[in-house]
Design a protein around this ligand. Sequence first.
Ligand code: SAM
Length: 334
Amino acid sequence: MFPNVNYIGNKRKLSDWITNKVPDDVDTITDAFAGGGSVSYEFKEKNYDVVSNDALFSSFVICKALIENKDVLLQPDAFEKMEGYKSTSGKNLEWMKNDLYFDYEITELEKIVNFAEDCLDGYEYYMFLALLRRAMIRKLPYSRMNVNWDNIVKLRDEEYSYKKYGRKRAYHNQTFEFHMMDSLNDYNLAVFDSGKNIKTENLDVLELLKKYPKRDLLYLDPPYPGTMNNYDSFYGKFDEIFGTPEFHIDLTSKKDFLDNMRNIFRLASSYKYVMISYNNSINPSEEEFLRVMNEFGKVTVYSQKHNYQLSGQKTKNKNIERLAIIKMGKKDEE
Ligand SMILES: C[S@@+](CC[C@H](N)C(=O)[O-])C[C@H]1O[C@@H](n2cnc3c(N)ncnc32)[C@H](O)[C@@H]1O
């Protein structure tokens, strides 16, 4: 079973519905915006060949660990080895001090990161980093890395949180290692071999499509223009620990959105199908988006009610989730 990876905007609850809509003549799938990996995982479970991709390293590590990895488990003794590990040089994470975490937590984080860099490799390394990513998120109010420090301090005060929200949220104040150990079993249980070809990439969507120009189905769950879709700021600080994030096109820019999507569809013109997740409240409007899709083939749209709650908000957003499938090619070629 796919574990809870704590990923904003994940399609975990919809992944069965989405993957059941894949047409019968599909064997090979590219998931261009794989994010937390929930849809890629379901494609893997349903025996497709899968390429799962994301521009962020923080998503790449999840997909390496839980999608591409078919048989490597992370043993608890990795954590015992870490106990005796003394890092002398390596990554300095001072810049995160009083920005995301307290001073004493940075000491623990540096030790964990440097241990991973020096002592682990292959899928063990990715399993470890995927667990670290979740631990970092669990320790942050609102489960994202773009909350300002004053707010973090306030919300991590258990008394304040209890008085104001009726919940202490004590898990924010547990160690990184506690959270990693807490999820270790679930992550290990999720690893399996489907017997199919599974590959994980860390590319901008346009580069990805140049590398994989012809497969059966391209699945797109991009970040849409709007305020709660800035994945670079949600998780980018994890990427900064391990290297400078690469350039990628910005799908959250409203003015460029339709042109960007046109470029993606163009590069996917040798695919049999492109399948797109979106909801009825997107901006540019659904009508405009469908007009663009229609330029590339015959479009079928499915709908599903989906309530989700943004952390920090009291009311639920009542959205209708859509899934459009473009059968690529000129309509009169049918
Ligand atoms: C809505 S999330 C995908 C959620 C995913 N379906 C799941 O179930 O977890 C969109 C993802 O697109 C990635 N992304 C944004 N711009 C990208 C680009 N130009 N190329 C590749 N990935 C990109 C973000 O990092 C984010 O993880």
